[in-house]
Write a protein that binds this ligand. Structure first.
Ligand code: DOR
Ligand code: ZN
Length: 345
C-alpha cells in the first residue's frame, strides 16, 4: 500500500478568496498547497475590467506571505456590457487568464451577471480568437426550473448551443454536479473540460437534508442525488484529461451560513488536497491523482506545468470545527471529521 504520495505542485482552477480582512485569513490556506489559483471575480463590486483585476491581484499578493510563492490568476466577471477590447487587452497584458460567465442571479454576487449569452457573443468570439478560456457557472436561473435540475437545463438550453456556435472557444464547465454534465463533457471535443469540487465527490443531497438541515453542506450548484456523486467520482478517477481540480472554496462568516437564509458556499481550502487525495485513494485510483491535480488544468489553459513537488502521507487528519479567518469565524468542509491523508508540504 502506498503511504506517501509525491506529486508535481498542484493548482486550484477555481477559488473564492474574497477581499479585505477575510482575504488575509483565507488566502494562505490556498497558497500553502497550490502554486496558482484561478480567482473568482464575484466581489462586491465585481471585478469587471482589467484595472479592477490588477488592483485585486495586488491585494491578494499582499495577503499571502512571500515565502509561499503563489500566483493568483485573475478572471474577468462578464456582464451584458463587457467590452471585448478590454478583455483582450487584459489577456494580452497577463492581467486576465480567463473570463467568468455568471448567469445573472445564479449565485453569490452574480446580480450583475449575464442576462442572455447572446449579449456577450462579441466578447466570446474575441476570446475564441485569442485562445482565452471561458469559465462557466452552469445553471439556469429561470424561477420555474427546480434547483436540482438547473445544471442539466443549462446544458440543454445554453451550453450545447454555445459550444456548437463557437467550436474554438475553450470552455471550463465549472464545479459540475451531475452525470448529465459528465456525459456532456465526455461527448464534447477537447476544448470543453470541467472542474470538480471536493464536496461534490463526498456529499449528496441527503447529506445536506436528512436528519436536520446542514447549512455548511450547502453550496451552488447544490449537491445532487447519490448516482450523480458516483458519476463524478468515476469521471475524475477515470484518467480523462478533461477533468481537473477546482475547489470552489467559498468562505462565509459562520453566522451568514447558520441563518434563516443561509449563504451558498463551502470553505474547503484548509484540507482541499487531502480531501481529494482521500477520494482517489478510496477509488483505488491514486495513479490518476497527479494528472487531475497538477497536469490537466495547465495543459488545458495552455500554461506551463509547475516545477517542484508536494508530498502527502497516509495519516488521520482531524478537522477543526471552526477557523478564525483574520477575525471571521468560518466552518471548514469536513469540520469535526477525519480525513485519510495529510499534506506534508
Ligand atoms: O456555493 C457557492 N458559493 N457557489 C457559487 O457559485 C458562489 C460561491 C460564493 O461566492 O460564495
Ligand atoms: Zn465558485
Amino acid at each position: 500500500m502506498t503511504d506517501t504520495l509525491t506529486i508535481r505542485r498542484p493548482d486550484d482552477w477555481h477559488v473564492h478568496l474574497r477581499d479585505g480582512d477575510i482575504l488575509r485569513g483565507v488566502a494562505p490556506y490556498t497558497a500553502r498547497q497550490f502554486a496558482r489559483a484561478i480567482v473568482m471575480p464575484n466581489l462586491s463590486p465585481p471585478v469587471t475590467d482589467r484595472h479592477r483585476a490588477a488592483d485585486y491581484r495586488a491585494r491578494i499578493m499582499a495577503a499571502v506571505p512571500e515565502s509561499m510563492a503563489f500566483t493568483p490568476l485573475m478572471t474577468c466577471y462578464l456582464t451584458d456590457d463587457t467590452d471585448p477590447a478590454d478583455v483582450a487587452e487584459g489577456f494580452a497584458n497577463g492581467v486576465f487568464t480567463a473570463a467568468k460567465l455568471y448567469p445573472a442571479n445564479a449565485t453569490t454576487n452574480s446580480a450583475h451577471g449575464v442576462t442572455d449569452v447572446a449579449n456577450i457573443m462579441p466578447v466570446l468570439e474575441r476570446m475564441a480568437e485569442i485562445g482565452m478560456v471561458l469559465c462557466v457557472h452552469g445553471e439556469v436561473t429561470d424561477a420555474h426550473v427546480d434547483v436540482f435540475d438547473r445544471e442539466k437545463e443549462f446544458i440543454d438550453r445554453t451550453l450545447a448551443l454555445l459550444v456548437e456556435r463557437l467550436p474554438q472557444l475553450k470552455v471550463v464547465f465549472e464545479h459540475i454536479t451531475t452525470s448529465d454534465a459528465v456525459d456532456f463533457v465526455d461527448a464534447s471535443g477537447p476544448q470543453v473540460a470541467a472542474t470538480v469540487t471536493p464536496q461534490h465527490l463526498w456529499i449528496n443531497r441527503n447529506a445536506m437534508l436528512v436528519g436536520g438541515i446542514r447549512p455548511h453542506a450547502y453550496c451552488l450548484p447544490v449537491a445532487k442525488r447519490e448516482e450523480h456523486r458516483l458519476a463524478l467520482r468515476r469521471a475524475v478517477t477515470s484518467g480523462s484529461a478533461k477533468y481537473f481540480l477546482g475547489t470552489d472554496s467559498a468562505p462565509h462568516d459562520r453566522a451568514a451560513k447558520e441563518s434563516a437564509c443561509g449563504c451558498a458556499g463551502i470553505f474547503n481550502a484548509p484540507h482541499a488536497l487531502e480531501s481529494y487525495a482521500t477520494v482517489f485513494d478510496q477509488e483505488g485510483a491514486l495513479e490518476h491523482f497527479e494528472a487531475f491535480a497538477s497536469e490537466n488544468g495547465p495543459r488545458f489553459y495552455g500554461l506551463p506545468l509547475n516545477e517542484g513537488t508536494v508530498t502527502l502521507e497516509r495519516a488521520e487528519v482531524q478537522v477543526v470545527d471552526t477557523i478564525d479567518a483574520a477575525g471571521t469565524p468560518v466552518v471548514p468542509f469536513h469540520a469535526g471529521e477525519t480525513i485519510g491523508w495529510r499534506f506534508v508540504g
